[in-house]
Design a protein around this ligand. Structure first.
Ligand SMILES: [Zn+2]
Length: 318
């Protein structure tokens, strides 16, 4: 049973705003495009899990995608957590192409692709940390569970290689073998059932998704560098003009009464916690205080301050 679905990671949505709003000639644009490509590939890789996991008996496996828990003030994120009555399974997904070698001598991951060799972050080290943190989190919630881990390789052209007997060889699997690996774990298991009956609720209530980060600061981009204005939802041309209580696109002549909502959402996705009337006027390129006030008041955002210093709060921080 899938208890928690995955959604598009917020950082992808944040970088998409930068991709859309940075001028074509901006020097940081290639960095953003490269980062987005990698993140989207990672997200597609995670979706590759859905098919093999769909064959697990629904009543015996609880699946939680994209869970972020806090343990002694430190957050840890798990791509997929599976719970049975007797054990927990952590899946760390890697969507990497090429020949992948897990070198246990130096604990490193080497990728050979197109004649080049490069070292990538070792997912086994990451899994080890997640496992320790999850064990501590279980114990702080007063239950005990054996924890198994897998690195799941999802890229169709990934070839796994080991130069010697690798102590982690059973931890690393191609996605097509995952279902069988999980079923096999069941046979090994001997532990008592210690899982609370309300475990789904406990995990869902403890899930603490990360809010938007200051993505401009992360990439050293200035807010003034971004293109402003309301984008046309149909042809993406910007800026639309507000006329007769509607946004009008001068490119495709599309009309919209709420195209500004995406523009305001873009602003909050940059990581800003609040917006005021003046900032919105500049953002939507329409200098009418009453119109901006009307837009903001319709959004049911939390506010603070009053009159000229009235601030509307980001829905992400609520
Ligand atoms: Zn248009």
């Amino acid at each position: 049973m899938i208890v928690k679905q995955r959604s598009i990671p917020l950082i992808i949505r944040q970088e998409e705003v930068l991709e859309r709003r940075l001028p074509k000639s901006h020097p940081k644009r290639p960095t953003i495009i490269k980062s987005l490509k990698m993140r989207k590939s990672g997200f597609w890789g995670e979706q590759e899990l859905d098919y093999p996991l769909s064959f697990l008996p629904q009543d015996q496996y609880r699946v939680f995608h994209d869970v972020r828990l806090i343990e002694t003030n430190k957050a840890f994120q798990i791509d997929t957590l599976i719970l049975t009555d007797h054990q927990a399974i952590i899946l760390e997904v890697k969507n990497i192409s090429g020949i992948i070698e897990f070198d246990s001598t130096f604990d490193q991951l080497i990728r050979k692709l197109k004649g080049r060799e490069e070292r990538l972050p070792n997912p086994l080290a990451q899994l080890g940390r997640q496992r320790r943190q999850l064990a501590n989190w279980f114990s702080s919630n007063n239950f005990l569970m054996p924890i198994k881990c897998f690195v799941v390789m999802t890229h169709p052209s990934c070839v796994l290689k080991a130069s010697e007997i690798n102590p982690h060889q059973h931890t690393i699997t191609h996605v097509e073998n995952l279902q069988q690996k999980i079923i096999n774990l069941k046979a090994e298991n001997i532990s008592e059932n210690t899982l609370p009956s309300n475990i789904n609720k406990i995990i869902l209530n403890s899930n603490t998704p990360l809010g938007p980060i200051d993505v401009l600061k992360k990439y050293g981009i200035h807010y003034d560098d971004l293109n402003k204005g309301v984008e046309c939802p149909r042809c993406f041309m910007s800026p639309m003009k507000w006329t007769r209580r509607r946004w009008r696109c001068s490119g495709c002549y599309f009309f919209s009464s709420d195209a500004h909502l995406r523009t305001i959402s873009d602003y909050f996705l940059l990581g800003y916690k609040t917006i005021n009337n003046a900032t919105l006027r500049e953002l939507i390129q329409h200098n009418d205080q009453a119109v901006s006030k009307y837009f903001l008041s319709k959004m049911n955002l939390q506010t603070s301050g009053h009159k000229r210093s009235l601030l509307y709060h980001s829905p992400h921080t609520l």
